[in-house]
Write a protein that binds this ligand. Structure first.
Ligand SMILES: CC(C)(COP(=O)(O)OP(=O)(O)OC[C@H]1O[C@@H](n2cnc3c(N)ncnc32)[C@H](O)[C@@H]1OP(=O)(O)O)[C@@H](O)C(=O)NCCC(=O)NCCS
Length: 191
């Protein structure tokens, strides 16, 4: 069933469906070597990737398997990055979470604030029991965000990814409905 894409508001951020007008900042983010350092694919080098991103996002929503939400600053500061809730499996009642933000916005709590909003929405919207997230074992900032969101480290996938010939391990994190707790962050309201 198609997912109704929400607009979510937090204290400092708005999370909303992607728009073609996001193409330029999205490309800047996805082609940034630092932002993509621990990603499971290489930085973008061709703008054709923008269309592929939008097409796969539309497909996820139509098929009801998940979505990607663009994150904007509410103070007019514009595009910060994006968060994804995907791989929704109604039978297992499980899904996955991911995020990517522009480097100039890092260290201000934006990923955590956006993560709280999308998790609040997801647990309220779906009969969701488990959310999984994976992170390169060198990605300490991502680990910290997931811990702040209440995820528990469950294990390591050895030699999980090979990107440009570099083999890396991934951590697996899980958040269950039963172990949700509320980080000290203003909760999101859906419009
Ligand atoms: C990971 C990412 C989303 C974090 O975004 P952010 O907005 O900076 O995250 P927050 O500010 O909410 O929290 C970052 C936390 O990591 C901590 N941190 C940052 N770098 C760290 C490091 N090298 N070692 C340990 N902790 C680190 C920060 O201190 C902060 O924790 P604190 O609040 O306890 O001080 C961002 O760095 C990013 O987009 N990276 C590129 C894409 C990516 O790797 N996505 C995740 C894929 S799994």
């Amino acid at each position: 069933m198609e997912i109704a894409v929400p607009t979510l508001h937090t204290a400092r951020l708005t999370l909303r469906g992607f728009d073609r007008a996001d193409a330029d900042p999205l490309y800047r983010l996805q082609s940034d070597v630092n932002a993509m350092k621990y990603w499971d694919s290489s930085p973008w080098t061709d703008r054709v990737m923008i269309d592929r991103f939008f097409t796969s996002g539309d497909k996820m929503v139509k098929q009801g398997t998940g979505l990607r939400l663009a994150i904007d600053r509410r103070d007019g500061g514009g595009f910060v990055g994006w968060v994804t809730f995907n791989s929704w499996n109604p039978e297992f009642r499980s899904a996955s979470l991911g995020f990517s933000l522009l480097p100039e916005t890092w260290g201000k709590g934006c990923a955590t604030e956006a993560g709280v909003a999308v998790l609040d929405w997801a647990f309220a919207t779906f009969d969701l029991n488990r959310v999984q997230a994976e992170a390169d074992t060198r990605n300490l900032a991502s680990r910290r965000v997931l811990e702040k969101l209440g995820f528990r480290l469950e294990g390591t996938l050895r030699q999980d990814c090979v990107v440009d010939g570099v083999v890396s391990d991934s951590w697996v994190f899980g958040l269950l409905r039963s172990d949700r707790h509320e980080p000290p962050i203003k909760r999101a309201t859906a419009r």
